[in-house]
Design a protein around this ligand. Sequence first.
Ligand code: PMP
Length: 447
Amino acid sequence: LPPKRSKKEELVKRSQCIGSKCQIFYKDDPLMVSRASMQYVYDEFGHRYLDCISNVQHVGHCHPTVVESISKQLATSTCNVRFVSSQLTDCAEQILATLPGLDTVLFCNSGSEANDLALRLARDFSKHTDAIVVDHAYHGHVTTTMEMSPYKFDHGSSVKQPEWCHVTPCPDVYRGKIRLSDADLHDKEKLKEAGVKYAEYVKEIIDEAVTKKRSVAAFFSEALQSCGGQVIPPETYFPTVAKHIHGHGGVVVIDEVQTGFGRVGSTFWAHQVNGEGFVPDIVTMGKPMGNGFPVSAVVTRKEIADTLGGSVGYFNTYGGNPVACAAVLGVLKVIKEENLLQHSEDMGAEFKNALTALKEKHECIGDVRGLGQFWGVDLVKSRETREPDTKLALALILKLRQERDILLNADGPHENILKFKPPLCFNKENLHEAVSALDVALTQMGH
Ligand code: PMP
């Protein structure tokens, strides 16, 4: 179908009726999408782009199984959660099967809502007040989660860091407070040591809070930091933090909004990659679980969930509605039927090889890191100083889109990290197309 309006007309209308602060990809030359399918999106002329960034459309844009599941339920009932529905319990049971140690699900509609609810659960359970978050973290756009997101409050937001929110250094061994040399970046023992040291900062914050007569309800962290720059914490980090937090009577909340549902391949959740030794008290999830349909959840233990809200209980008009649950059930079905965990794991090995070879060729790549289909390419002005090269990252993503029809994003506190987090159907050919386009672009740009 021809577009209803040209992109130019659409942008004029948009500027007249949509909030001027609503973010848009490729601000200087936005992309108008007419349709999308699996790992491809199409502009208003039907021109195809390879999507390396849409982790929400987790099993593929408009995957037919998910579309069918949603459509069927949409035509059957859309009742809210105060009515009993087997969609809700089926969905909860299937999610819980992936999270040993947790037994209770509360549904919401977005990642922000899930993290806000997790904070309330942590406070009601522990009877404490404060939260510790990781530097550069992003946990959502509602006021409380903005107050827990250094990614926002340290970057010009009108919402400021409140007294109850404490920031601990990001366990980033490449660019963080405790750094490893290039030679040690993959040394298991050095990584373990760094993880324990990073966890010490959390202990210090707890101790300081106590001396000020404050109390910490929760430690919040993304399983792998995404907006903060595709950071993979050392394997000792979460278990050591958990010891400190539990010793104080608080809970550990792991935000899997970006990283769950098999993105990392070897396990269903990213916090599980180092084995069963670490079980969070609360896990929040969102984006991929509905493949684009809004749905999120908080998963915890019954003893925590039972403390929520005093006598007023929990009600959320759309949270866990049958259509949202049908979307989740559709996604889970596809993950199983298409063996997507194995595919992500295989792709992880491909990513590692392809990006490491790219790094060997181009001095401007300081580090490549990731798991499964979640990777970052850290662009630097100098490998020695690791000074971020923001300008290069932004120029690259625009060039790749305009000249090679490839959608890639740059993120991190310095916007210098190229982010790969494609729909899971992204395959080896797609990866090699993207990496060879990057190779050519970097060479053309003199890097
Ligand atoms: N947590 C993380 C880690 C996120 O990346 C995001 C969204 N980028 C959120 C929470 C908020 O989710 P939503 O936009 O669905 O509210």
